[in-house]
Design a protein around this ligand. Structure first.
Ligand code: ADP
Ligand code: MG
Length: 254
């Protein structure tokens, strides 16, 4: 196999407060290939967001190494990462399109091309016609679609999604899972998708990484050998059940 796009080696991270310290991430070693959609699943509070922030270069860590990209394919976190959070975090005084262009604006990409791309992305996420609306005029699911468009506008090499659908109702969430798969299929980005939803992790992931309760250790990782395009019917398949049972078992929930 070619050199991995992302290589984490024995990442360890301790949080220190005035009177105590505790280990949030313990020796996580992980390879991710370019173009994968990796689900990072683990219980709440286990250290998923911490790991994502380390990947984004937003958090320091105690020991270990993070390698992203290569000499031939250099990686600059500020330009090459797109992020989506649990809340859409749209600026309420900016129109949707002006929110979507923000990452490109910050790094100073040409305005005309950026707006063209933002329009294409809004079309891709099903928000054509909403370019000039304000965030409050959109539903939660629509706002999160806009946040996904924003994460792609500067054409990043890596998209980090931290429980992006966690605040949505169950039906909208399933719809957004399908949307994510379609967007991934069209954009061919490397995506790391953090969730505490076991079914969701298997449904979207080409690969699943299972983290233990805090401190996060990698307890398993496997490729999800279920064909794309995936639809909701897949959840009734035997193989889908086997993958989810495997994760429930690892997390001591069987
Ligand atoms: P997850 O995203 O899996 O829910 P986090 O990475 O947010 O977990 O947090 C892992 C652990 O580290 C939790 O116990 C949390 O309370 C703690 N933690 C997170 N951020 C900080 C911080 N800035 N200072 C101290 N403790 C933190
Ligand atoms: Mg989190």
């Amino acid at each position: 196999m070619s050199q991995p796009f992302i290589h984490l080696d024995k990442i360890r991270k301790t949080y220190r407060t005035h009177d105590q310290e505790f280990l949030a991430v313990s020796d996580v070693t992980l390879d991710i290939q370019e173009g994968e959609l990796v689900s990072l699943v683990g219980p709440s509070g286990c250290g998923k967001s911490t790991l994502l922030k380390i990947l984004a270069g937003l958090h320091g860590f105690d020991s270990g190494t993070v390698d992203i990209g290569s000499l031939e394919n250099p990686f600059t976190p500020g330009r090459d990462i797109g992020m989506v959070f649990q809340q859409p975090l749209l600026l309420k005084w900016r129109r949707i399109i002006d929110n979507v262009v923000l990452p490109a604006e910050i790094i100073g990409l040409p305005k005309k091309e950026t707006y063209e791309r933002a329009r294409e992305l809004l079309h891709m996420v099903g928000l054509s016609g909403f370019e000039n609306k304000f965030p409050y005029e959109l539903s939660g699911g629509m706002q999160q679609r806009a946040a996904i468009a924003r994460s792609l506008v500067h054409d990043p090499k890596l998209v980090l999604m931290d429980e992006p659908f966690g605040a949505l109702d169950a039906l909208t969430r399933e719809k957004m899972n399908l949307e994510l798969l379609r967007i991934w299929g069209e954009s061919r980005k490397t995506i790391i998708f953090v969730t505490h939803g076991i079914q969701e992790a298997v449904f979207v992931g080409s690969k699943v990484v299972v983290l233990s309760a805090r401190p996060a250790r990698m307890v398993d990782h496997f490729s999800v050998d279920l064909p794309y395009p995936r639809n909701l019917e897949l959840k009734t398949h035997e193989a889908f059940g086997e993958y989810t049972r495997r994760i429930y078992k690892l997390l001591g929930m069987h």
